[in-house]
Design a protein around this ligand. Structure first.
Ligand SMILES: CC(C)(COP(=O)(O)OP(=O)(O)OC[C@H]1O[C@@H](n2cnc3c(N)ncnc32)[C@H](O)[C@@H]1OP(=O)(O)O)[C@@H](O)C(=O)NCCC(=O)NCCS
Length: 202
């Protein structure tokens, strides 16, 4: 499955991306809080990747963004913690490599994943988190339609905390009578994927 936007296409990550993802994540580690800004070790990354690939289909989908018409890989985004009962998920792992920043690519990716979650999968609620100081990321999420609903604190040192802003968006067209659409996003899903269900997904 591919998600096509105006300038990008998003493809699901696969085994060949494993080393690159660790490198990217470590290069931008201060922007992500799950690892508390620390370098991710091989062991930890391998554990994460193994878990990612063994999760039930449709519960965590991470994508690599590629510039349309090129082979240039410019960043990542994910929809994870997809909860079928609650019809909610978390949008995150948003990264645009420095040399590609400032071209609205992050906004395109976030809007595309929002549309995948709401229009295609028919989820009801999306959550995203950003560091209080990361006003650039927050600006993108606000533009996509997210609203701040709270904050949480992550210990940074013995005395200092990072403040993480929690943002939420509810599906304006949510209709409980319409069934949820959850499918595996691996290459095989092309055979019975979303082509006929959503215009921007090929
Ligand atoms: C955050 C990030 C994804 C943005 O990527 P990008 O492609 O440069 O962003 P875009 O070009 O799509 O959008 C930038 C928007 O932020 C605005 N912006 C730029 N700097 C800003 C700042 N300091 N504060 C507020 N808004 C800012 C721009 O004006 C633009 O908005 P506009 O289109 O309304 O003018 C990228 O900088 C990145 O990968 N950073 C490191 C990882 C990270 O922070 N991830 C998010 C974790 S929550």
């Amino acid at each position: 499955m591919k998600i096509i936007t105006e300038h990008l296409w998003l493809r699901p990550i696969n085994d060949s991306d494993k080393d690159k993802l660790k490198k990217w994540r470590n290069s931008y580690k201060e922007y992500f809080f799950s690892d508390d800004g620390k370098e991710i070790s091989d062991e930890k990354h391998n554990r994460w990747f193994k878990r990612y690939t063994s999760l039930p289909p449709g519960t965590d989908q991470m994508f690599i963004a590629i510039k349309v018409g090129t082979t240039e890989e410019i960043g990542t985004i994910a929809l994870y913690d997809i909860n079928i009962d609650e019809r909610m998920a978390v949008l995150g792992r948003v990264l645009i490599l420095q040399q590609y920043q400032g071209h609205n690519y992050a906004q395109e990716m976030v809007n595309a994943i929002r549309d995948l979650a709401f229009n295609t999968m028919r989820l009801h609620r999306l959550i995203v988190e950003a560091d209080l100081m990361n006003t650039k990321a927050q600006h993108i999420y606000f533009t996509s339609g997210f609203k701040t609903i709270g904050q949480r604190f992550i210990p940074a040192t013995k005395y200092l905390f990072r403040i993480v802003i929690i943002l939420e968006m509810l599906n304006p067209d949510h209709d409980l009578r319409k069934p949820l659409r959850i499918e595996s996003y691996d290459e095989d899903s092309d055979k019975h994927g979303y082509e006929s269900q959503c215009d921007n997904i090929k």
